[in-house]
Design a binder for this molecule. Structure first.
Ligand SMILES: C[S@@+](CC[C@H](N)C(=O)[O-])C[C@H]1O[C@@H](n2cnc3c(N)ncnc32)[C@H](O)[C@@H]1O
Length: 143
């Protein structure tokens, strides 16, 4: 949220969502809510009906049981994708974190259905031992 606001300056609107409380960030509209609840989507849409970009690095509290953590994380990532499909403008862009595992290829394939350009990247800041990958999807095909 901080970086998005710094990049945008006074030009645009930044809306951040997290289930946990965060310190307030100047110029950012923060919604404390669970992305799994429809109410949270309504709150996002009450700020703006269309967005240029959706960023999601949503992760569950990890249990240490890989198969459980992987499935929970992909579920959150898929929910983020579904929110993006509701709020992104045509041609909009999405960056989304996903844990690589058995569900990952199918999830990546889903993203391909909705975006004209899809690439994956693992930034230097991401630990090599972590299964997380970042999916960059551009040019949303709004139907
Ligand atoms: C890896 S942290 C990233 C936090 C923040 N974006 C950052 O860069 O510091 C993942 C975040 O996902 C949030 N989260 C997990 N499940 C959520 C849910 N169902 N709804 C909203 N946020 C959730 C957690 O509270 C946590 O802050």
């Amino acid at each position: 949220m901080q970086i998005a606001k710094e990049e945008l300056g006074d030009e645009g609107v930044v809306v951040g969502v997290d289930i946990n409380r965060i310190s307030s960030i100047d110029g950012v509209t923060f919604i404390r809510g669970d992305i799994l609840e429809e109410e949270t989507l309504k709150k996002i849409l009450s700020v703006s009906e269309e967005f240029d970009v959706v960023l999601s690095d949503c992760s569950p509290n990890v249990s240490g049981i890989w198969s459980v953590d992987h499935e929970r994380q992909i579920f959150l990532a898929r929910t983020s994708l579904n929110i993006a499909r509701r709020v992104l403008k045509k041609g909009g862009n999405l960056v989304i974190k996903a844990f690589q595992g058995s569900e990952y290829p199918k999830f990546l394939e889903e993203i391909h259905q909705y975006f004209g350009y899809v690439r994956t990247t693992k930034p230097e800041a991401s630990r090599k031992t972590s299964a997380e990958m970042y999916i960059v999807a551009k040019n949303f095909r709004k139907t």
